[in-house]
Structures are given as C-alpha cells and as structure tokens.
Write a protein of this length. Structure first.
Length: 139
C-alpha cells in the first residue's frame, strides 16, 4: 500500500510543507513494522522498527504533482546486518522526531511487488519510481 499520510495532505493544503524548500529524508522500516493511518510523525514509528535513514534528499523537483529527487543523493550510511527492509517513509525532517511529518509510506515497487531487501551490512539503495509516473510520491 503506497499512500500519503493525512497529516501530509493537510500540510500541503495549508502550506506548512514545501517539497522544494523543506528538508526531506527517507527512513527504511523492517518487516515487523505495522503501518497505521494514525502515524503522523517520525516519533510514531518505533525506533526498533527503523533500519536506516538517508541523508537529506537533494536536487528536488516537482512537475504535475510528482515529487522527485536525485537518486544519487540517497546514501545509507550505517546499514545493520539482519533486518529485512519491507518499506519506507518519506518524511519532512525538522530535527525533532515529534514534529517531523511523515509524508508518504511505500511498501510496493512501481510494478506493485512488495519491497523486500535482506540487509547484509552493505549499503542498500531503495530507489523510488524516480523516472516513472509516481516519482518519490505523487499528490
């Protein structure tokens, strides 16, 4: 289920979230993470379910409601060994977990197959549909 959070929808409507100027990151979640539509902030995702977090997304663009960024700017710096990555959240990073808004939850690839990466301690690149019709997310 790839979806936008209700908090993100509200933020985009009210102007408190700006894709081109705010700081956004991606946090990978493991296969024990259970999505909930009540999850609104990074603090709602248990730390034990987080596998790794990217640096800030760079070279962000928006065209026709599709948010994109440069995929080469998503390095995973400390990937543990063992967890299975089963999805990720794109979030607006405020520097405080309780105010960092969850934007889009992704657990399916563009071909609708589930995300499933076994971590080995080596970097893993989960590439959203950058060149496709959905980009990082689509409003």
């Amino acid at each position: 289920m790839n979806t936008l959070s209700a908090t993100a929808r509200q933020g985009f409507l009210e102007g408190s979230i700006a894709w081109l100027t705010d700081t956004f990151k991606i946090v990978l979640v493991d296969d024990a993470y259970v999505y909930s539509d009540t999850h609104a902030h990074l603090s709602d995702v248990a730390a034990g379910r987080r596998v790794a977090t990217t640096a800030a997304l760079a070279s962000k663009t928006s065209t026709d409601g599709v948010a994109r960024c440069d995929p080469d700017t998503i390095p995973y710096t400390s990937m543990p060994t063992g967890p299975i990555v089963a999805g990720y959240w794109v979030y607006k990073d405020t520097g405080v977990e309780a105010t960092s808004v969850l934007i889009a939850f992704v657990d399916r690839r563009p071909d609708n197959t589930p995300i499933h990466y076994e971590t080995t301690g080596n970097p893993v690149m989960v590439i959203p549909d950058y060149g496709g019709p959905f980009g990082v997310f689509k409003l």
